[in-house]
Design a protein around this ligand. Structure first.
Ligand code: KG4
Ligand code: ZN
Length: 344
């Protein structure tokens, strides 16, 4: 008999709900939050309020799009953390009361594990049966790059994951966002820089590259070097950013992607693993996607690039993680609490 899971994601600034039948996605509804646009980052209190407004229509929409009745649901999976506590609480409270009303279990999902397990979502359910999409085999390496995290994870099994490298300061997504803010571009900066970079010359400007040990990352030096460089240039020409926007974006994007790819190559060489995936919001970056493919071809890697809709925050990844936990009967108690910081 099929398992139907409702996934709920509310860790940051996207309210999302998805329904999955086993590992086949039936719906994935995401409501973004425009309220943060003018603040250069997410304002936690505004995020919680927007989640409260969005959560019922988003869930209702996800169940309707999946063309199932809520009574067919086997369990409700929710993001427990890491994330903004006030935002997480909205999703958790809804998940608990909804499942209590339906008499079905709740399942806790770690947001970072979910970004990785998004690679196991089978698609195309709305247009017929799944196409047998290619999924990674264990063990594989995953470069998880989001707004809050930058990690290289050794994935031994669905829930047996080990971080073998991570940032010692800023995350890659955060660096894109901060660079955009310095240049007066809107939040989130990653997609904006990616788009402007397409028409720019990446070799025009060079920025400092970090010196970190092992497989760790550091991005705060890069952020500072962008800040100081622009401050000096703006003194000479107040229109410097406007005149060089595309080249600046292309140079910044190349620097960040090179830092990520260098470490990933090192990790692959150190572990001997050739199954290589990327995940998280920054995995939407067109240059990172392109470089993973070309490097993968050169080094005979088997590469896994998520579909765009599963890169930035979404509930489909929460639902598929919930499905694997359901199979292992890993249910939560109604006392479940959110956590702000990563548990591993
Ligand atoms: O995974 P995600 O949606 O949320 C977190 O869990 O943090 O990642 C959001 C991050 C933001 O920093 C955003 O600027 C970045 O992903 N991002 C991108 C792109 N699309 C989103 N960064 C670079 N290029 C993109 N195309
Ligand atoms: Zn995320």
């Amino acid at each position: 008999m099929s398992v139907y899971i409702l996934g709920i994601e509310s860790s940051c600034d996207d309210t999302s709900a998805a329904v999955i039948r086993d590992d086949v996605i039936l719906s994935n509804v995401i409501a973004g939050q425009d309220v943060h646009r003018n603040f250069g980052g997410v304002v936690p209190e505004l995020a919680s309020r927007a989640h409260q407004q969005n959560i019922i229509p988003v869930i209702d929409n996800a169940i309707r799009k999946a063309k199932i009745s809520k009574n067919q649901l086997s369990a409700v999976a929710f993001t427990q953390g890491p994330g903004l506590l006030g935002s997480l609480l909205v999703g958790i409270s809804f998940a608990k009361s909804f499942s209590m009303g339906l008499g079905i279990p709740v399942i806790e999902v770690d947001h970072l594990q979910a970004h990785i397990l998004a690679h196991f979502i089978r698609g195309a359910a709305l247009h017929g049966e799944p196409s047998g999409d290619k999924v990674p085999s264990f063990p594989f390496l995953c470069l998880t790059v989001s707004g809050g995290h930058t990690q290289i994870v050794l994935v031994k099994d669905y829930f047996d994951m080990q971080i073998i490298g991570q940032t010692i300061d800023d995350a890659a997504g955060e660096t894109f966002d901060k660079a955009a803010k310095i240049m007066g571009l809107p939040y989130p900066g990653g997609p904006v820089i990616d788009k402007l970079a397409a028409a720019g010359d990446p070799s025009r400007f060079t920025f400092s590259r970090p010196v970190t040990s092992g497989l760790d990352f550091s991005f705060s030096g890069l952020k500072t070097s962008i800040l100081y460089f622009l401050r000096d240039e703006l003194k000479k020409d107040p229109d410097f950013i406007e005149k060089n926007k595309n080249d600046l974006c292309a140079s910044i994007r190349l620097t960040i992607v090179d830092i990520l790819m260098n470490r990933l190559q090192q990790a692959a060489a150190a572990t001997g693993i050739k199954e290589i995936a990327i995940a998280g919001g920054v995995s939407a970056n067109s240059l990172l996607r392109e470089k993973l493919e070309t490097t993968g071809r050169e080094l005979s890697w088997n590469t896994f690039i998520p579909k765009f809709e599963y890169t930035t925050d979404n509930a489909a990844m929460i639902a598929v993680t919930g499905y694997f936990k359901y199979l292992g009967h890993e249910f939560a108690s109604f006392r479940s609490k959110p956590y702000a910081r990563s548990k591993w």
